[in-house]
Ligand binder design. Structure first.
Ligand code: KIV
Length: 311
C-alpha cells in the first residue's frame, strides 16, 4: 500500500462541490461511487440532479456527439467547449475532463499546459489520461502542477489499434499482473483514482484491494469502488454496437425519432402550430396594421385571439 501524500488539488472546491477527499471515504466505507459521462449543459444538469458523484467529459464525445468513428480525432479545443458546457450545468459532481489523444503524450510541458487549460478555461476539477508506463511522468508532472489526475488502464480507446482492437485486456496471468503493476504505479505517481476498462472481474477486484485510491470500473465487474457508463450507451442514444458491459436504462433513440416523425407529420398536415402556440396583438394595433398593409390570411384569427404578450 502507498503512503504517498494525497493529491494536492488546485484550490478550494466551489461551494456545494463534492470534495475529492470524499471519494477516499467512500472507498473506505464501501459506498459505491457513481460516475457518468456528459458532454453539454443539459446532460450535466440532469446527471447532477440524478445524484452522480463524478461526471467524465469523456473523449468518447468524438464518437457520441461529434460523429467520428474513434476517440482519436478529439481535440483540446473541442473538449474545452464541452467541458465548459458541462460545468455550467453541473454544480455538485466532480468534473473530470478527458485529455484527448496528442494532448499529453509528447512532453510533460505540453501535458501540464493542457491540463491547466482544462482547469482554468473550462472549470474542470480534474483531468483523466490514458495509460501508464511512459505516461507516469506525465501524471507526476500534472499532479505536481496542482491538477488532480484520474488514471485509465485496461482497454484504452486512444491506443485501441496497438491493443488489437476494442477488446477486453488482462485476460492472461501475465497481462493481468501487468495491469496490477500499472495500477500501483499510477497510484504511486499521484492519481486520485483509476478507471479500469474491460478488465476481467477478478483482476479488477484484486487491483481494488491493493490500491488505496478508488477504482472506477467500466466492464470491470462489481468488485470495484465505482462505476462509469457513457451517457449515450446508458440512455440508448447511440445507434452503433453497444459493448457487452453496457446496461441500457432507456431506449431514447427510438423515442426521439418517434417524436420528431410526429412533428414532421404535424407540420406537413398543418396540425402544428395550434392556436395555443401563437401570438396575437392588441385589436387597435391590428386594425392600424390592416389599414396600412391590408388583411393577410392569418390576420382575422390573430384578432380573435386578442393575445399581446410573449408568454
Ligand atoms: O471517454 C470516455 O467516455 C471514457 C470512459 C469510457 C471511461 O474514457
Amino acid at each position: 500500500m502507498s503512503t504517498r501524500p494525497r493529491t494536492p488539488g488546485h484550490g478550494a472546491p466551489a461551494p456545494g462541490k463534492l470534495p475529492i477527499t470524499e471519494l477516499l471515504e467512500m472507498k473506505g466505507s464501501h459506498s459505491p461511487i457513481a460516475m457518468i459521462t456528459a458532454y453539454d449543459a443539459p446532460s450535466g444538469r440532469l446527471a447532477d440532479a440524478a445524484g452522480v458523484d463524478m461526471i467524465l467529459v469523456g473523449d468518447s464525445a468524438a464518437m457520441t456527439v461529434l460523429g467520428h468513428d474513434s476517440t482519436v480525432p478529439a481535440t483540446v479545443d473541442e473538449m474545452l467547449v464541452l467541458t465548459r458546457a458541462v460545468r455550467r450545468g453541473a454544480t455538485r459532481p466532480l468534473i473530470v475532463a478527458d485529455m484527448p489523444f496528442g494532448s499529453f503524450q509528447i512532453s510533460d510541458e505540453l501535458a501540464v499546459t493542457n491540463a491547466v487549460r482544462f482547469v482554468k478555461e473550462a472549470g474542470a476539477d480534474a483531468v483523466k489520461l490514458e495509460g501508464a508506463g511512459l505516461m507516469l511522468d506525465r501524471v507526476r508532472a500534472i499532479v505536481g502542477s496542482g491538477v488532480p489526475v484520474m488514471g485509465h488502464i485496461g482497454l484504452t480507446p486512444q491506443s485501441a489499434t496497438a491493443l488489437g482492437g476494442f477488446k477486453a485486456q488482462g485476460r492472461t496471468a501475465a497481462k493481468a499482473a501487468e495491469l496490477v503493476s500499472d495500477a500501483l504505479a499510477l497510484e504511486e505517481a499521484g492519481c486520485f483514482s483509476v478507471v479500469l476498462e474491460a478488465v476481467p472481474t477478478p483482476v479488477a477486484a484484486r487491483i481494488t484491494e491493493l490500491l488505496t485510491i478508488p477504482t472506477i470500473g467500466i466492464g470491470a465487474g462489481g468488485d470495484v469502488d465505482g462505476q462509469v457508463l457513457v451517457w449515450h450507451d446508458l440512455l440508448g442514444l447511440y445507434d452503433g454496437h453497444a459493448p457487452r458491459f453496457v446496461k441500457q436504462y432507456a431506449q431514447l433513440a427510438g423515442e426521439i425519432q418517434d417524436a420528431v416523425e410526429h412533428y414532421v407529420a404535424d407540420v406537413r398536415e398543418h396540425r402544428f402550430p395550434e392556436e395555443v402556440h401563437t401570438y396575437g396583438m392588441p385589436e387597435e394595433e391590428l386594425e392600424a396594421f390592416v389599414a396600412e398593409v391590408g388583411e393577410g390570411r392569418e390576420v382575422g384569427l390573430q384578432a380573435d385571439l386578442g393575445v399581446s404578450g410573449l408568454a
